[in-house]
Design a protein around this ligand. Structure first.
Ligand code: SAM
Length: 239
C-alpha cells in the first residue's frame, strides 16, 4: 500500500516508520511512504502556512491553499484513488477494526494539523474521514499519523513473520490477548503455567481463550458487551 503524509514535519513520520516491522515492510515493498510539506506549496519568501483565526482568539489556523496544493500533488503522484484522512481529536476513535479497513485501501493520504488546526473549508472539501487516536490533544497530527502508518503496515500481507502473527492480537477477536511466557520455565519471579508445558494443544487453546476472556472481563468489559459470546465461552466464564 501507499501512504502519503501531508505535514509540516513529514520527516517525523518517516523516522517513526523506519524501524522494526514497519521499516521491514518498506524494505519488502509492502508499504511506500511519501511526505508532502505544505510549506513547499506556500507562496512568497516567508512561505506562510498559517494565519490568525477569524473572530479572534488565540493560536493560528492552517491556510487552505498550501494544504490543498500539497494534497493535490500527493493525489497526482499515483493514479490509484486515495482516501484522505485528517487526524484530529474531533474524529472517530481509531480502533483495530478501522485499522483493518484502512489497511485494505491501496492508498491513504494522511493530513496532519498543527496550531489550532486546519481551516474547516479544506476539511469539508478534501477530507473523506476524520480520525482521532484518543481523547487527548497532541501538538500536531504527526504522532497520530505515525500510529496509523504503524498499525496498517503490520497488517500488510508478509509484513509480519509467522512468529509475530497478528491473528491472536488484542481486539482481533473482540478480546484482549492472553498472557505470554518464554524461557526459563523456572525464574525467581515465578513459574510458567503448567498447561503451556503440557503439549496438549486443545488444553492450551482452552487456557488461552479463558485467559483472554478473563482479562477482557476484568480490564475491558466494554469489549465483551460488543461481542456475542458463544456457549463455550459462557461455560468458560462461568467456570
Ligand atoms: N484545536 C484543536 C481541537 O481542540 O480540536 C486541536 C488542535 S491540535 C493542538 C493540532 C493538531 O494535532 C490537530 O489539527 C490534529 O491534526 C492533531 N491532533 C491533536 N490531537 C489529536 C488526536 N487525539 N488524534 C489525532 N490527531 C490529533
Amino acid at each position: 500500500m501507499r501512504v502519503d503524509v501531508v505535514s509540516l514535519f513529514p520527516e517525523f513520520v518517516a523516522q517513526c516508520a523506519a524501524f522494526g516491522v514497519v521499516g521491514r515492510a518498506q524494505e519488502r515493498g509492502l508499504l511506500s511512504l511519501h511526505g508532502w510539506n505544505p510549506r513547499d506549496y506556500a507562496p512568497g519568501n516567508y512561505r506562510r502556512v498559517d494565519d490568525r483565526p477569524f473572530g479572534g482568539g488565540p493560536g493560528m489556523v492552517m491556510l487552505i491553499d498550501p494544504l490543498h496544493d500539497a494534497i493535490e500533488a500527493a493525489r497526482a503522484a499515483d493514479p490509484r484513488e486515495a482516501k484522505v484522512v485528517y487526524l484530529t481529536p474531533q474524529g472517530a476513535r481509531l480502533t483495530q477494526a478501522k485499522v483493518r479497513e484502512l489497511a485494505a485501501h491501496p492508498r491513504l493520504i494522511l493530513l496532519c494539523g498543527r496550531y489550532e488546526g486546519v481551516d474547516e473549508r479544506l476539511i469539508e472539501a478534501e477530507v473523506d474521514e476524520e480520525l482521532s487516536i484518543g481523547d487527548y490533544v497532541l501538538s500536531g497530527g504527526e504522532l497520530a499519523a505515525a500510529v496509523v502508518v504503524d498499525a496498517v503496515a503490520r497488517l500488510q500481507e508478509g509484513a509480519l513473520n509467522d512468529a509475530e502473527s497478528a491473528a491472536q492480537d488484542s481486539f482481533e477477536h473482540g478480546l484482549l490477548d492472553c498472557p505470554h511466557y518464554t524461557r526459563p520455565v523456572e525464574h525467581p519471579l515465578g513459574h510458567v503455567p503448567e498447561v503451556l508445558l503440557s503439549g496438549n494443544h486443545a488444553e492450551i487453546a482452552r487456557w488461552r481463550r479463558m485467559e483472554s476472556l478473563g482479562r477482557t472481563w476484568l480490564r475491558r468489559p466494554d469489549l465483551l458487551d460488543e461481542q456475542a459470546l458463544g456457549k463455550a465461552d459462557r461455560a468458560l466464564l462461568d467456570a
